[in-house]
Design a protein. Sequence first.
Length: 580
Amino acid sequence: MAEPEKQQFGDGRDNYAGAARQLSDTLHQAGQTGARQAVSNGAAALVQSGIKSGKAVSEIAAGTAAGGPWGAILSAAWSLRHTLFKILACLCVLLLIFVILIVSIPSVVLNGVFGLNGSIVDMDNSMSMMQSYEEMSAEVSAAVNRGYQVALDRVDQLIQDGGYDYELSIESLIDEAKSASGFNAAYVLAAYSASMLQQGTSADDMTAKLDAVAEQMFPISSEEKEKERVIPLTYTTYREVTVTVVYGQTFIGIVNGQMQFRYDVAVRGGYYEPDGSVTTLEPVTTTAYRAEDVTVPVYTDGRISGTTSATYYVPDGTETLTPSTETVVYLECTIHPFDQDVVLDAFGIDPDAPYDNFGITYGEAISNMATALQKTLYGAQGGSQGGESVPLTDEELIAFVERQNCNETRKHILSTALSLVGKVPYFWGGKSDAGWNDEWNTPKVVTATGSSATGTILPYGLDCSGYTDWVFKTAMGVSIKAGSWNQWDNSYAITEAELLPGDLGFMAVPGTVPVNHVLIYAGKNEDGAQMWVHCTSGSGVVLNSPDYVEYYRRPSNVDFDAPVLSGTGLQTTEPSQNSE
C-alpha cells in the first residue's frame, strides 16, 4: 500500500511544482504582455494540476469553497503532502487568486466580497462571491425588467396615439421578450466593470446607466393591419303565457250613476312575452314574432271593473338573423428579445477599441471576464449536483415505494418521481423531454422572465411543473402540460382522503398568488406523515413533508389503471462517472 501512496504524492508534487513554475511565468507575463494570456496560462496550469492530483482546484481557486476565498486557499494548500510544498502552494495559489480576481473577475462583484466599495469586511462573516454575484445580478435583472415595462408602455402609447383598436392590438401583440429575455447578467457585470477599467464601480452607477438606455433594451417593430370583425348580434327570446282576454261586453244598466257592463272573458294561450336575450356571432334562424294588442280586464276588489289594452306577441313564421361586420384597423406590435448591444451603449463601450494597455479589445476583455466569472461560480461541472437534497439509494427508493398501498401503475409513477431526488436542481422555467437529460447540472442562462434569477447563469434543471410533467412523460408517455396553471386545468379536485401516490398537490389556486407550486403525492412514511416529491427552489428535487399543500387534484388524462409493461419509461439515473 506504501508505493501507491508515494506515487500519488509524487504526482501532486510534480503537478504543483509545475504550476508554481507556470505561475512565475504568469506574473512575468502580467507585467510584460497583459493580463489575458497571463491569467489564462496561470489558471490553466492550476486547473490542470488540480485535475491530475484528484482535487477540484479549479472550483477551489474560483471561490466556490464554503469557507470563502481564504478558506479555499488554505484548503487547496493543505491537501498537499509535504510542508514545503504546502507553503509554496499557499503562496502560489494566493498570488494566482489575486491575479485572477483583480484582472479577470468584474470588480462590481468583488466590491462586496473584499470591501472594495468602502465597507468593512469581517473575514469570518464576509459575503461570498456567489452572494455578491446574486445581489449584482438581481440589480441587473431589475433594470432589465424596468426596460421591459418601458417596452410595454411604448406599445400601449403607439396604439393609443394611432387611434388603433386597443383590444385587438393588445390581443395580437407578439411578445418575444417574455419567453426569451436574451440577457446575460455575467456579461452585463463584465461590461460595466470593463468600462470603468475595474475602478470605482458601484451598483447605483451601473443601474443608473442601464436605466438611461431602458427604451432601447427591447426593440419594437409594428405593422398596421386590418381585420373584418363580426359585430355581436343580440336578439330577444320569448316565453309562452296564458292571457285572460275580454272578447265582448253587454250593457246591463246604471247603478249609482255609473254604467254597468257584463264582460265576456276567456283564458287563451298562444301569446308570448319577452323572456331575455341571446348574443351570438353566428347567423341564427329563429321564430319571428309580431306584436298584437289584446283587450284584458281591469279588476277592482276582485271584480272586473273595466278593460285596458296590453301588447303581447304571437308567432309569425321564422326569420334568419345575421350579425353585421366592420373593418377594424389595429397595430400588430412585436417586442423583440433583449438587444445585447444596448449594454455596450449604456456603458459607452466600443468593443473593437483597445482595452487600456492589456493588448486586447474591450470586446475580448468583456468576454474573458464573463467567462471567468461563470467558471468561478460554477466550475467545470456547473455547480453542485441536484441542489441540496441527498439522492435516495436503490434500497431506500424500493423500500419506500413498496410500503405504499397502491397499484403497480402508481408505484411505477412514484419510482420514476423518486429517481431524480437529489440529482436534478431547480431551474426557473426548466422543462425537459422524457428520460435523463445530459444538460442537467450544466451552466445555462435563465431566460424565462418573472424571477430574480432571470439572466443569470445557473446549473440547468427543472422547475416545479417541469418536474411533474417530466415524471408522467417518462413513466406513462403522457404529458400533463407545462405550467402549474395548465396542470390545474388538466386535473380535477379530489379530497385529502382520496390521495394516492401520483396525485398532485397545489399550494394555491392559480391566479391567486404571484408564483404557485405543484407537487406529486408520494404516500406516507414510516411515521404516517404525508410525503411529497417535488422540485423546489434552492433544493432541487426533494422528498419531504411541506405544510403548505392546500389543494389536491388528479390528472385527467392519465390512466392510473394502465398495465405497466416491461421496459416502459426511459433511463432516469445519471450516466456513470466513467462514461464519456
